[in-house]
Design a protein around this ligand. Structure first.
Ligand code: PMP
Length: 414
């Protein structure tokens, strides 16, 4: 029987209050200890940089002109006038909020149009839009897998894949980054009916591309399902920018393609794309799709227009590729350890967290903002400047960046 605390004998009540206060104190101590640890180890994250302009190669932060490196706005479309117009037209017609979840009142004809467009672009039967890429990964994986499944996951896969896998309750086996020998060994020793291999198409912190042809080969040999997260390949790789799967000529051979509309597409949202049966299943069982409000029509209109631009503007993509190749070579020839290939993500590996933060602060003082990536996002000892380029960066600005990295980067691990 429950006893209301107001009815307790007063000394008992005081004792319970002290006990609760003690537990609260212990919890706060625990939070403070964890915060002290990250502060002492150069891992504290509280120092946001607040932009006061559009996302572009040059921005204003704290009233200073700053060159922005590290943005996911790879094609430079975030401030494209055609996309702004699309957003304004849709806002004028449909208003601002979507008003409901997709299965209730939040589905607009624009959502259907975008899902059809993504399916065509990805050469699959059907697609489904989620509110973010993070929600797509957690929603897709936890709907498809349960405790009977084994998920083979690249060690450097994005956190949202790991979280989706944890949420599903499946057994998770992580294989060494892009190491096909390790993957095959692990799949071979854990052969079974319910196996899924998941990989990023382009790795967001490494800038390299997953060996998808080999992954598909292993999946076929052992009867595994395959899923690719192409957040960073969409718009950048493949025929007309349709992504990493197309880059490897593997259209039709990946079971689930997932991606986001928040990077090269310059909008917001995530998607799943694949066979109609899988997409229908997700509509019915994917909780982050079912229980969250639909994206507003204006962002959907932006994504539609943006994909149209991406499909028809190979010059922009080619220019980004040339700029990235040149910039990567400049840094390598200056003696820095640079990771990745083929993509506009050009991380400079700097080693320790403290040196990396110091380097970023020095660059910021010179008018360059590049995020410092530290553990737990990347393994200890491999902190880095996560440089990424936009098609709209100028060579002149990038030459200045190289000179400043050379000037201040002498201390970092090479
Ligand atoms: N997957 C990868 C590989 C990502 O890099 C990200 C975002 N950084 C996501 C998924 C999540 O996408 P979103 O930002 O749209 O939630």
């Amino acid at each position: 029987k429950k006893i209301s605390s107001s009815k307790l004998y007063p000394p008992c009540k005081i004792f319970i209050d002290i006990y609760i206060a003690d537990i609260k104190g212990m919890v706060m101590d625990y939070f403070e200890k964890k915060l002290s640890y990250v502060k002492e180890n150069g891992l504290y994250r509280g120092d946001f940089k607040y932009l006061n302009t559009e996302q572009a190669p040059k921005v204003v932060i704290e009233n200073r002109d700053i060159i922005l490196l590290g943005s996911n706005n790879y094609l430079g479309l975030c401030n494209d006038s055609r996309l702004k117009e699309a957003a304004m037209e849709a806002t004028a017609k449909y208003g601002v909020g979507s008003g409901g979840a997709r299965l209730t009142t939040g589905s607009y004809e624009l959502h259907k149009k975008l899902e059809e467009k993504i399916a065509r672009f990805k050469c699959v039967e059907s697609s489904l839009i989620y509110t973010t890429g993070y929600m797509a990964n957690t929603g897709i994986i936890s709907a498809i897998c349960d405790r009977k499944w084994t998920i083979f996951c690249d060690k450097n896969n994005h956190a949202s894949i790991v979280d989706g896998a944890l949420l599903s309750g499946a057994r998770i086996i992580r294989y060494k980054h892009c190491n096909m020998g390790d993957l095959e060994r692990k799949v071979h020793t854990n052969k079974g009916d319910n196996n899924l291999i998941i990989t990023d198409g382009v790795f967001s912190m490494d800038g390299d591309v997953a060996p998808l042809t080999d992954i598909v080969g292993i999946a076929k040999k052992y009867g595994c399902l395959t899923m690719v997260d192409d957040a960073h390949g969409f718009g950048v790789l493949g025929e007309n920018g349709s992504g990493t799967v197309s880059h490897f000529n593997l259209n039709g051979q990946i079971d689930i393609q997932m991606g986001t509309l928040s990077k090269a597409v310059a909008s917001v949202g995530g998607y799943a794309a694949g066979k109609k049966g899988i997409i229908d299943y997700l509509k019915n069982f994917s909780r982050s799709f079912i229980f969250s409000t639909a994206l507003p029509p204006s962002t959907i209109a932006v994504s539609l227009k943006s994909i149209e631009i991406i499909e028809n503007d190979n010059d922009r993509r080619q220019h980004l590729k040339e700029l990235s190749d040149w910039f990567r070579t400049e840094l390598k020839e200056s003696g820095f350890t640079v990771s990745g290939e083929l993509t506009p993500i050009i991380p400079v590996i700097t080693g320790g967290a403290d040196e990396t933060v110091e380097l970023c602060n020095n660059l910021y003082a010179e008018g360059i903002y590049v995020p410092a990536i530290r553990p737990p996002t990347v393994p200890r000892g491999t902190s880095r400047l996560r440089i990424s380029l936009m098609a709209t960066h100028t060579r002149e600005d990038l030459q200045y960046v190289v000179a400043m990295i050379k000037k201040h980067g002498k201390k970092v691990h090479r």
